[in-house]
Design a protein around this ligand. Structure first.
Ligand code: ZN
Length: 384
């Protein structure tokens, strides 16, 4: 669709609100690299979906980002762990999702799966371990990681190019953090619907824009989905949506879609006006995060950033010259160096230091109460 930049890519509505203060915020890429301020952010006046126009300026930026893309750049190619409430400890995100998917859909011992946007194969590797009898396939924009993919047990074929050209009959299609990059997500979902077996399912994982202001800063994320908007675009692609959950993985949405069928019942959808107010509040909070960091730096003391997530990298891009260290609770990370700064375990932070928690408020509160100790100031950005 040539006019997709001008119309809502979720509902097709023609009128969009533009957030005028967005271009003044520094950004970050989805592979966790600082990215300059700029870009445009909009919300649909019909459905409230938050999105970036994929105009010529965006396409030029995205081309540069994807050309040098390094999945899990900040962790040496290793997928991050997420807290799994079911077992009470951190696990790899792919493993958590495969367990939930198996519980919801009953994955058999054999089948054919394709992971669209497979990157270096983190999902495929996890699936190969969980279901060794399956034939695994990958689709990606470039064949940069082909050798790594081919080494995965059960790996069958690699595909690139148009989704319409894929063979059909897949029992499971997965898209892990891919759909938010699509210029036309409805078109992509329609193409994949045709590639499912009659009883197959499409699994989509995306950030939950309702709870993660930092997602707005990711330059190559063009759709910022809520549960409603993810279900809406899937329905418009002709899919049934038995599950669209916000509690499988913290701060993420997990959708199971089928070739046909109803859409799961959701709470009432916020109005477009309410969606715009939410996003304006998120942008105000992001400006406050920067202001809070600058105030803390001006107050003196060594300044460090907690974690090495996209949000931490974003703040580093803004105030990096004043950052002395990173703090990471993951023992496999601490002790190393990142961007020329040491990564310290919490107990190695020197007295008199400030550790800035670039995290959404509920997570920041939990970390602060866990790590707070005399001599070190764990500083939370102002509450949203
Ligand atoms: Zn819309």
């Amino acid at each position: 669709m040539t006019n997709i930049a001008q119309s809502c890519r979720i509902c097709g509505g023609l009128e969009l609100h533009e957030f005028s203060d967005y271009p003044s915020l520094s950004r970050v890429t989805s592979d966790c690299k600082a990215f300059p301020a700029g870009g445009r952010l909009m919300a649909c006046l019909s459905c409230g979906a938050v999105q970036k126009p994929t105009d010529a300026a965006w396409q030029k930026e995205a081309h540069g980002i994807y050309e040098n893309y390094q999945p899990y750049f900040q962790s040496g190619g290793v997928e991050q762990a997420v807290f799994d409430a079911a077992v009470g400890r951190p696990r790899l995100r792919s493993n958590v999702i495969i367990d939930k998917l198996a519980a919801a859909r009953g994955l058999g011992d054999e089948g054919a799966l394709i992971d669209v946007g497979c990157g270096n194969g983190v999902m495929l590797k996890a699936f190969a371990q969980a279901r060794p009898g399956w034939r695994l396939n990958g689709h990606e924009l470039s064949d940069l990681h082909l050798a790594e993919l081919k080494a995965i047990p059960g790996f069958d074929r690699f595909y690139t190019g148009s989704l319409n050209e894929l063979p059909g009959g897949f029992d499971v299609i997965t898209m892990m953090h891919a759909l938010e990059h699509f210029v036309d997500p409805r078109e992509g979902l329609m193409a994949l619907r045709d590639k499912l077996s009659d009883t197959g399912c499409l699994f989509v994982e995306v950030p939950n824009a309702a709870v993660t202001p930092f997602d707005l800063l990711i330059a190559d994320h063009v759709s910022h989905f809520t549960r409603h908007h993810l279900a809406m675009v899937a329905k418009r692609a002709g899919l049934g949506v038995p599950v669209v959950a916000d509690d499988w993985v913290t701060k993420e949405l997990s959708m199971i879609a089928t070739r046909s069928g109803p859409v799961a019942t959701l709470p009432p959808m916020p109005s477009a006006r309410e969606a715009i107010e939410r996003v304006q509040g998120q942008l105000d909070w992001l400006h406050a995060v920067v202001a809070g960091a600058r105030r803390a730096i001006a107050g003196g003391g060594k300044f460090g950033i907690f974690g090495s997530s996209v949000a931490a990298m974003w703040l580093f891009g803004v105030v990096g010259d004043d950052v002395s260290f990173f703090v990471d609770e993951d023992p496999s990370r601490s002790g190393a160096e990142f961007l020329g700064r040491p990564i310290l375990p919490p107990d190695a932070v020197a007295d008199g230091s400030i550790v800035y928690l670039t995290l959404i408020t509920p997570v920041a509160k939990a970390v602060a109460s866990r790590l707070q100790r005399p001599g070190v100031s764990y500083l939370m950005p102002a509450a949203a």
